[in-house]
Design a protein. Structure first.
Length: 395
């Protein structure tokens, strides 16, 4: 007989969603099924308030590694399914406790029960007592003591209407909301440290995040492109099914460099990026853009310059890093696994086109006056006509 494990998945904020709870649970279950292998004898059960995943013991570790990457999971425990039978549960408890007792000589333990099926004939404290006393009767003489506050080993029991699970561990998940529950959005992804973190944070709020990269490759080679491909793939591990749009940006940069006031260049490049991203988002019915901007981080991210880029679009702009400092952003980038790629050397997007002193408080009428000096609408159309669309899952 194949030895089985049951992984008990607790959701994060889904529990708060009242009537929408079913909708959120369905999406989370779909995301979990999509992330886990199909051919390993995995089975799912969805009792009220939980998702249970039955797996052969040999693949449990592999499954757990995948669950750690799925937004919307508050925590999970690896345990076993049992009958709601005190002798059977106590036998498992003894089996799990014995080796610990052997190595430590003494052990403080307790039993903790959660009973969602109120029809079960015993209360939670009664179950604790029944199971705890059975375990004690076998192991007391070998050094086991009951200690609820100072417990070194907690045997947890969850009794549902149809399922009873026991376990001795709890691991934190990514939390947040399941990807797809909020909808699709488009992240402006550069090869830097910030924008991948911004994308990740929005994925954890239930968005499926697609990416757009403005590539100035004839000037800088394909280094930026390669980095963005790798970054999209890493962020996609948390969500799946993302698209990456890559657009040539060099003609626009050249036009701005050659025709506009030098100090305005950066804000003008960025207004063009926002316009193009806006057009793609609308084409794909995505009601929001995401950027890695953080207030005051560089000259282009002052309040005035952010306003000067926001006003060229009419959809939501999300800047989840707006109040974070660089240190906090770097910490997150390391946690999600994008940092090492982001710091690979790459000529800066705007380095060869950078003004010596960029404007910090761009004035919209002056920017608009600059834009009259080149054919920005035609250039925008041309960039969109030459857009490359990549399915990130297939990378
Ligand atoms: P990052 O913020 O990713 O670390 P950065 O610090 O160089 O890059 P800026 O150049 O100031 O940031 O750009 C701010 C934001 O604008 C980025 O976080 C990203 O969302 C977007 N962005 C900048 N350059 C590009 C580009 N070439 N393609 C797509 N988005 C870009
Ligand atoms: Mg930045």
């Amino acid at each position: 007989m194949i030895e089985k494990r049951t992984i008990l998945v607790r959701y994060d904020e889904i529990g708060l969603k009242g009537g929408n709870r079913k909708y959120f649970t369905k999406i989370l279950l779909k995301n979990i099924k999509r992330a886990l292998p199909v051919d390993r004898g995995i089975e799912y059960r969805v009792p009220r308030g939980r998702i249970l995943i039955d797996v052969p013991k040999s693949v449990a570790d592999e499954i757990v590694d995948q669950l750690k990457m799925i937004p919307g999971i508050a925590s999970y425990s690896v345990g076993v399914s049992v009958n709601p039978d005190f002798d059977e549960i106590a036998a498992f408890g003894v089996k799990w406790i014995e080796p610990l007792l052997e190595s430590k000589g003494k052990l403080k333990f307790c039993v903790r029960t959660r009973r969602s099926a109120k029809t079960f004939p015993k209360t939670s404290p009664e179950v604790n007592f029944e199971v705890g006393s059975r375990i004690m009767s076998q192991l007391q003489e070998r050094g086991l003591v009951v200690d609820i506050k100072g417990s070194e080993f907690t045997l947890e029991i969850e009794i549902g209407a149809t399922d009873t699970i026991i376990f001795d561990n709890r691991h934190p998940g990514l939390s947040g909301l399941p990807v797809g529950s909020a909808g699709n959005i488009l992240c402006m992804l550069s090869g830097g440290i910030d924008s991948p973190v911004a994308a990740y944070l929005m994925a954890c709020r239930g968005c499926r995040v697609h990416f757009v990269f403005f590539d100035n490759q004839p000037f800088l080679g394909r280094g930026g492109y390669e980095k963005v491909l790798k970054l999209s793939k890493i962020i996609n591990r948390f969500q799946g099914r993302a698209k990456l749009f890559v657009l040539p940006f060099q003609d626009i940069q050249v036009a701005i460099r050659d025709h506009c006031r030098e100090e305005n260049r950066v804000v003008l490049y960025r207004r063009m990026m926002y316009r193009i991203a806006d057009a793609i988002a609308k084409q794909y019915k995505m009601p929001g853009l995401v950027t890695g901007e953080s207030l005051g981080q560089v000259a282009s991210q002052t309040l005035e310059n952010l306003a000067a880029v926001t006003c060229v679009t009419s959809i939501n702009i999300f800047r989840p890093l707006i109040g974070m400092n660089k240190e906090g952003i770097i910490k997150r980038a390391k946690e999600i696994g994008t940092y090492e790629i982001s710091i690979e050397p790459q000529p800066d997007c705007c380095a060869v086109f950078m003004p010596s002193s960029p404007v910090t408080r761009g004035k919209i009428p002056i920017l608009e006056n600059d834009e009259e000096k080149f054919m920005w609408k035609e250039l925008q159309e041309k960039a969109l006509d030459n857009m490359e669309t990549i399915q990130v899952d297939n990378l």
